[in-house]
Design a binder for this molecule. Structure first.
Ligand SMILES: Nc1ncnc2c1ncn2[C@@H]1O[C@H](COP(=O)(O)OP(=O)(O)OP(=O)(O)O)[C@@H](O)[C@H]1O
Ligand SMILES: [Mg+2]
Length: 563
């Protein structure tokens, strides 16, 4: 099992998460005030009751019975109202923050995309967006304010008991708070922290494996590997269950210790009260008021002792989310760089390696002029797709130059680059929306006519018309029924629609029959004067439309001369 260590300390995670609050901190303060006053009101009901009893026992209490009962009822009503506002403010912050966090995570993924995402397991990202963020909700709504409330309420109670009853009783109460709210949680947290992190790690690893298995289920069945997969899923599920049990076991044990600490504290307070009365330091009436006040004040510190179970998971989740937010992209984005209108491309002595060791491409040179169709051929795995990705700056080149209109790609504005260059990759992803929406991501304000023209060029228009609702057909409703070639042609239509000057095509016709290939190639050729194209393909037939052809061999690129 992979062990995941937290990169930051608990305190640092908490501090960073609180910093994310920003202007919501004011609402958090309001929530704490509401919570503290609410709890004091709840105690008020019991304390005024005890004062009534003290008065009945002959103590001098300045309040009338009527006023005492009225105040007790008032406290009860106030408690309800304050509780409502406390919950309201806490959840308002929590859910606002969830939205902010989701936004930040999407932003971080966008920054890291696509280079770093090739290495991140998709399942663990999904776990992060769903369960980790939900866990953080618990932190904001049910962790920060309980701690503040416990401190405020405990200090108020100590002062109240000291002044109205006895400072000795206050001292006993202080020791009880330290025991319940600090000593027990500290002892428990070490164990809980370890089991919490292990549980989270197993949970996300199981999710990733399960999701992967569902995605690849066709290949599992085809390879007759379902028994092994099922056994592995069961095995991993057992590990997860085992970790869950351990975590629950530790949590329950910590709860039991807290209960024990509370019972000991109650007995100690009572004994102290009786001793004080026996020694004539305190009257029975005010002893009752003091002891009852202390009894009713354990709630907030018990809430703290229940935190470690949540907190350890929160720290693990917080750490993972903060890691993602602070992760540096493989390529530094260029903002406010030079803007261009594509005219030509010149690549000089370009080298690149994914792992900084083995070079995939070595000192390659090529050029492309406006209106040209450039073909790139080479064996599978020789680096053709890598070359196209470098032209879009998906990865940072190691050496050499990639110049558009004489401007190196590292100085080119990121948006301007994507406005000028687009790519149809080997696999086209279709969103679970209508066909039209899927096309529109290339140009949101495209007219119906533009969309249809692009689809005709990509030789997919007639097929779309045969669908039950034409362009309005939901891709999801088709299930996986679109063929690879149809998806590929939709990808091509996107490229035609988006209006970029230079189109990079990675095996655009690999899944298309020769009739459709002919139509697409004809369309590409017709675009020739309007668009520039760099075309990667294995097929000789595809290369027939190229003006010039480069061949990639052993990491080098050679221009083919006609023989
Ligand atoms: N993200 C990555 N990290 C590390 N290595 C990679 C990555 N992507 C590709 N490679 C490796 O780089 C080499 C070139 O891959 P590339 O996809 O560019 O080949 P290709 O010429 O497009 O092959 P094909 O014709 O099969 O599509 C391969 O050895 C591949 O395993
Ligand atoms: Mg490829």
């Amino acid at each position: 099992m992979k062990k995941q260590k937290l990169r930051r300390s608990g305190a640092r995670i908490m501090a960073s998460l609180i910093l994310l609050l920003g202007s919501l901190a004011y609402i958090m303060i309001l929530a704490v005030i509401n919570g503290s006053l609410g709890f004091v009101s709840a105690m008020g009901v019991t304390v005024f009751g005890a004062l009534g009893v003290a008065k009945a026992l002959g103590e001098s209490v300045a309040l009338s019975y009527g006023l005492i009962i009225g105040l007790a009822i008032g406290c009860g009503v106030l408690r309800g109202l304050l509780r409502y506002f406390e919950q309201y403010t806490n959840h308002y912050i929590a859910f606002r923050l969830l939205a902010v966090l989701r936004d930040k995570i999407f932003g971080a993924l966008r920054r890291l995309c696509p280079a770093k995402l090739e290495s991140k397991q998709k399942g663990s990202i999904i776990a992060m967006i769903t369960s980790d963020i939900e866990t953080l909700e618990v932190f904001y709504a049910h962790t920060i304010s309980p701690i503040c409330i416990a401190v405020i309420v405990s200090v108020s109670v100590l002062i109240f008991v000291g002044v109205i009853s006895s400072w000795y009783l206050a001292l006993v109460a202080l020791l009880a708070y330290v025991l319940i709210g600090i000593v027990v949680p500290l002892i428990a947290s070490k164990r809980l922290k370890a089991s919490g992190v292990r549980y989270r790690t197993e949970f996300s690893s199981f999710n990733a494996y399960f999701l992967d298995s569902i995605k690849g289920i066709k290949d599992i069945v085809l390879n007759n590997a379902d028994k092994e997969r099922e056994a592995e899923v069961n095995y991993r599920s057992d590990i997860l269950l085992c970790e869950t049990k351990k975590m629950k076991h530790d949590t329950t044990k910590a709860l039991a210790f807290t209960e024990l600490a509370v019972s000991i504290s109650i007995i100690a307070t009572l004994v102290a009260g009786i001793l004080l009365v026996a020694n004539g330091i305190l009257t029975v009436g005010y002893m009752i008021v003091g002891v009852v006040t202390v009894f009713s004040s354990f709630g907030p510190v018990i809430a703290i002792s229940a935190l470690p179970g949540n907190l350890t998971q929160t720290f693990a989740s917080g750490d993972r989310v903060l890691n993602l937010l602070s992760e540096e992209p493989a390529v530094k984005p260029v903002e406010n760089g030079e803007r261009i209108e594509y005219n030509n491309l010149k690549v000089t002595e370009l080298s690149f390696s994914y792992d900084r060791e083995t070079e995939v491409l070595t000192e390659i040179c090529m050029h492309a002029e406006k209106g040209e169709i450039i073909g790139i051929v080479g064996e599978s795995g020789c680096g053709k797709s890598t070359f196209l990705k470098l032209l879009l700056r998906f990865w940072q080149k190691s050496h050499g130059k990639i110049e558009y209109n004489g401007v190196d790609i590292d100085n080119l504005d990121g948006d301007s680059l994507l406005d000028n260059v687009t790519m149809v990759s080997q696999v086209t992803y279709l969103f679970d929306e209508t066909i039209e929406d899927n096309l529109r991501i290339a140009k949101p304000d495209a007219t119906q006519e533009e969309i249809e023209t692009a689809c005709k060029l990509a030789s997919i228009h007639d097929f779309i018309l045969t669908l039950p609702e034409g362009y309005q057909t939901e891709v999801g409703a088709l299930g996986d029924n679109l063929s690879a070639g149809e998806k590929q042609r939709i990808g091509l239509a996107r490229a035609f629609l988006c209006g970029s000057e230079l189109i990079l095509l990675d095996e655009p016709t690999s899944n298309v029959d020769s009739i459709n290939e002919g139509i697409i190639l004809k369309a590409l050729k017709e675009q020739k004067n309007k668009k520039s194209i760099i075309l990667v393909s294995h097929r000789e037939s595809t290369m027939a439309i190229a003006d010039r052809i480069y061949r990639v061999v052993g990491g080098k690129m050679y221009e083919q001369t006609e023989s």
